[in-house]
Design a protein around this ligand. Structure first.
Ligand SMILES: CN1CCN(C(=O)c2nonc2N)CC1
Length: 254
């Protein structure tokens, strides 16, 4: 997986990529990161990359030319690496509050791509004409307004990388699978068995893996029903056999 990030703050991206999982995967050669400074591609003698928005309004907009040329340079680099001239269709993800909300499902889908280009806007955003020309995916990490697209890009790269084969060790990948059910995570405990007078739930000490899994699913369902009822309903619709079995078991125990 090759991550290419178009940004005005490449060091911010590079620094963010040295985290344990992403750093290790980069060392293993499973992930590769290229942070491209959009400012390096401006044709302005004063290294200008932004200007006032037509029609007035607060703030500045990033101009089309430097963004377009930086993106073209990255695509040419990909084509050179892959020895494919011209027909390379690379997904260009623009981070914006107006995009589709990022999810585990989208992370899994994007993890199947060989190359991903992230376009990080700053100021009030980017000239619409270049967005129309190069962007394939408009993505938001949530309904709030950030200063730039760099943090959302790093959030996405982290979540996507966790779905790339070989990035997670076996012990780490289990956690990702548990969320893949579309349920919220169950509560977890570690040593000591008693902390401040509070004990670890007995079932987790039983060594009975079936009972542990049953307990964890029940906790995930309870948490999901409480915090994200829409996720719960969606899961319940596609797991009706679970509730049938549960009802039969409770009947037997009566
Ligand atoms: C320049 N612009 C970049 C993106 N941005 C965001 O708030 C955002 N991006 O992705 N999810 C979000 N929320 C606002 C500012």
């Amino acid at each position: 997986m090759f991550f290419h990030v178009l940004t005005l703050f490449p060091d911010m991206i590079r620094d963010g990529f040295t985290t344990s999982i992403l750093g290790r995967a980069a060392e293993k050669g499973i992930l590769s990161l290229e942070a491209v400074n959009i400012r390096d591609y401006t044709k302005s003698r004063h290294k200008k990359v932004d200007d006032y928005p037509y029609g007035g309004g607060a703030g500045m907009l990033m101009q089309a030319q430097p963004v377009y040329d930086a993106c073209q340079a990255v695509i040419e680099g990909i084509q050179t690496r892959k020895k494919t001239a011209g027909e390379e269709k690379v997904r260009v993800i623009y981070l914006t509050p107006t995009g589709q909300v990022f999810s585990q499902q989208l992370a899994r889908e994007l993890a199947r791509e060989e190359d991903l280009i992230f376009l990080c806007g700053h100021y009030e955003g980017i000239d619409e004409r270049v967005l129309q020309r190069i962007v394939t995916d408009y993505v938001s990490i949530g309904d709030y307004v950030l200063t730039g697209g760099e943090l959302p890009a790093m959030v996405m790269m982290d979540a996507i990388a966790r779905n790339v084969p070989g990035v997670l060790g076996n012990e780490e990948s289990a956690q990702t699978e548990s969320f893949d059910d579309g349920l919220l995570e169950y509560p977890q405990y570690t040593r000591p068995e008693i902390w401040e007078g509070e004990r670890v739930p007995e079932v987790l000490l039983s060594g009975d893996h079936a009972k542990v899994e049953e307990w964890r699913l029940e906790k995930s369902l309870a948490k999901t029903k409480e915090v994200r009822p829409e996720l719960y309903e969606s899961w319940a619709e596609s797991h009706q056999e679970y509730f049938v079995k549960k009802a039969k078991k409770e009947e037997r125990l009566r």
